[in-house]
Design a protein around this ligand. Sequence first.
Ligand SMILES: Cc1ncc(COP(=O)(O)O)c(C=O)c1O
Length: 374
Amino acid sequence: MYSLFKTWAEIDHEAIRFNIRQIRKLIGPRVKILVSVKAEGYGHGAVSISRTALSAGAEWLGVSHVKEALELRAFFPDTPILILSSGMSGHTRLIVRNRLTPVVCSLEIARDLAETALAAGTIANIHVMLDTGMGRIGVWHENSLTFLKQISQIKGIRLEGLASHFAAADDPDSAFTDRQLADFLRVVKEVKEEGIDIPLHHIANSGALINLKETHLDMVRPGIMLYGIYPTPHYRSRIELKPVLSLKTRIAYLKTVEPGRTISYGLTYLVKKKTRVATLPIGYGDGFSRAHSNRGEVLIRGRRAPIIGIVTMDQIMVDVGGIDGVAVGDEAVLIGEQGGDRITAEEIAERIGTISYEVLAQLGKRVSRVDLNA
Ligand SMILES: Cc1ncc(COP(=O)(O)O)c(C=O)c1O
C-alpha cells in the first residue's frame, strides 16, 4: 500500500479524537482547549493534527513561531492561533494582518502591535506571559501588575489572555508547581481588583492538566498528551491515552554475515556468530537518532531485532538471525505495535537518554506522514 514511501509515519486520527475526548472528560465542558501543534505538531504534521483536534472539540491552536502560525492560518481562517514564543519584533504587520494572537512580554512590542493595529483600523488581541518560575520568557510575576496596568491602557490592543508556564509539572508532588500556581493566581486576583478584565487565564500543560485540576482555569494547553504520550510514567494510571504515531519502514536488503565481519562505520559491531542482517532505509537524516547505534530495537514479524552498528544518515542494520522467514520487503516497526508487542516513544527516549518530545519532534520531512482514520 505504501510502496512509494520507503519509510513512513502512520498518524491515527481516531487516537487524536480519543485523546481529546479524554482531555474533555478531565476538564469539563466550559474550559477551552488549546492544542500545542508547534514543531509540526510534535512531528506528526501540524495541519492534519489541527484539523482533527479542532473537529473533535479543541478551540485554539498553539504554535511557537510566526511562520508556523502563518502556515496554519492558510488552512484555518477563523481559528484563534496563539504564538507561544517571544521575538516578534519586525513581524507585527504579519501578526495583525493575519489576526494572530501573540504572547507579549515587553511594552515595546505591545506598543508596536498597537500602532500597527490602529493604522490598519483594527485591534490586536494579545496574551501576556508571566514568568512564575520557568525562567524562559515572561514578565516576572512580582513586577507584573504595573506592567499589566500599562498594557491595559494602550489603545489598539486588547488584553485577552494571561498565561504562565510550569517548569516541573511532570513531577506529581512538586512544591515548585504549587508555588507557581499560587503566584499566578495572586496576580490574577490583583488584576481583577484593579478592574482590569482579562477573559482567558491559562497555565496548564499536559502534566498539570492531568495532575492538578486547579490549574485548568479558563483554558488548558495540552501538547504531548494529545499525541497519546504521558508527560511522565507517573500519570499512566490517571488517564488512558492512545499513541497517535507509528514509525514504519521495510527491509531493503538482506544478507548472511559470517563471524569476523564488522557492521557500519567505525567498525563498532563485530559479528561473532553467523547471522542474517537486514538493512532498513531510515537513519539520522530522517530524525532517527544516531544515539540508537548498537542500542535500539525494531519489530519484525512480531519479534525484536537489535540495531547493530552505527546509525548512518539513511540506513540502519538490524540482526534478524533469530527470526524465521524474514524477507526483503518485510515491514519493520520502529515506533508502534506489531504482533502483540509495542515499542513506544517513551521506551526509545529512555533508551537513548532523551524525552519522548524530542524523539517525535525530530522526525524529518523525508518520513512520509500517512493519515489513517482522518
Ligand atoms: C507555553 C507552552 N504551553 C504548553 C505546552 C505543551 O506542553 P506539553 O507538551 O508538556 O503538554 C508547551 C510545550 O512545551 C509550551 O511551551
